[in-house]
Design a protein around this ligand. Structure first.
Ligand SMILES: Cc1cc2nc3c(=O)[nH]c(=O)nc-3n(C[C@H](O)[C@H](O)[C@H](O)COP(=O)(O)O)c2cc1C
Ligand code: SF4
Ligand code: SF4
Length: 254
């Protein structure tokens, strides 16, 4: 089994670890000339951004070739998966990929402009994260086939929600981040960035390749990186994942 993952703050990596198999980080795999995988079971685990797919996953699905008996994907999210599963199916089908199992797991929401981390952690029992994750792990072990259908209401609301978010997305990516004077130029933010979007010299500068993963914002040891709007200055990393694992998964500076 191979489990390919993309993560900013560790939720998706923690899920990938629980599912098991050979763990492969998508930002690192993207450097290969040919992105082809053959195994009995192959899966993807990644976060939901704005009710849809991260650009990283969209790009990956456009390039990858899978040879597998069973193909699964789990999207991790904080409140609602929106259109991520239909968007995933659409992007996959354009490259002749068909998933046998698709699901979404509600975890801590790391989107600081709207969610407060301490409240999010308190809400985990209510979100039934552990219970639902155990069920998904069993489903995948049992090779269960499951592709959820999307309600007509969700389908109808999706274009409106996307339009409303469109203007905000720029503000909530690195183009809207402010780095304050607490920055010690330690460089950690540059090593957790999966798109090599951050440079450190006399100050931190962001380029225009941000995928909004929020890894830099949450990993900064000085809490020096702030999105335009945030509910508090509390930061998050999934407790089952170390900073070194995020660096290994995302570092593009090697
Ligand atoms: C820019 C951004 C947008 C997000 N949009 C959504 C969303 O539309 N719905 C949702 O439920 N969670 C959303 N989230 C929360 C993440 O999907 C969730 O916390 C995820 O588990 C993070 O995974 P990671 O720790 O592997 O990066 C968003 C997070 C970020 C940073
Ligand atoms: S991780 Fe924080 S303190 Fe370190 S260089 Fe980046 S912004 Fe500065
Ligand atoms: S700049 Fe920060 S939020 Fe943007 S892709 Fe890099 S680590 Fe993620």
């Amino acid at each position: 089994m191979k489990t390919l993952y993309f993560t900013g703050t560790g939720n998706s990596l923690a899920v990938a670890k629980r599912i098991g198999g050979e763990l492969l980080s998508i930002p690192q795999e993207m450097h290969k000339k040919e992105i082809t995988y053959a195994d009995d079971v192959i899966g993807l685990v990644f976060p939901v951004y704005y009710g849809s797919l991260p650009k990283m996953i969209r790009d990956f699905l456009g390039m990858v070739k899978f040879e597998a008996d069973y193909l699964f994907a789990v999207a991790t999210c904080g409140s609602g998966a929106g259109m991520v599963l239909p968007d995933l199916q659409k992007a996959a089908e354009a490259n002749d990929i068909r998933f046998d199992y698709l699901n979404a797991l509600v975890m801590v929401d790391n989107f600081l402009p709207v969610f407060e981390i301490e409240s999010e952690i308190k809400r985990l029992p209510e979100k039934k994260t552990e219970e639902n994750l155990s069920k998904m792990v069993d489903d995948i072990e049992d090779r269960k086939e499951y592709v959820p259908s999307i309600s007509l209401k969700a389908k109808a609301l999706a274009p409106l929600a996307k339009k409303m978010l469109q203007d905000k997305i720029k503000d909530y990516s690195s183009q809207g981040f402010v780095v304050n004077d607490d920055c010690t130029l330690c460089g950690i933010c540059t090593t957790v960035c999966p798109t090599a979007n951050i440079s450190v010299a006399e100050k931190i500068t962001f380029s225009d390749k941000c995928d909004s993963c929020y890894a830099c914002v949450h990993a900064c040891p000085q809490t020096a990186i702030h999105p335009k709007k945030e509910q508090s200055d509390k930061r998050f990393r999934n407790p089952d994942v170390s900073l070194q694992e995020i660096i290994t998964a995302n570092n593009q500076l090697k």
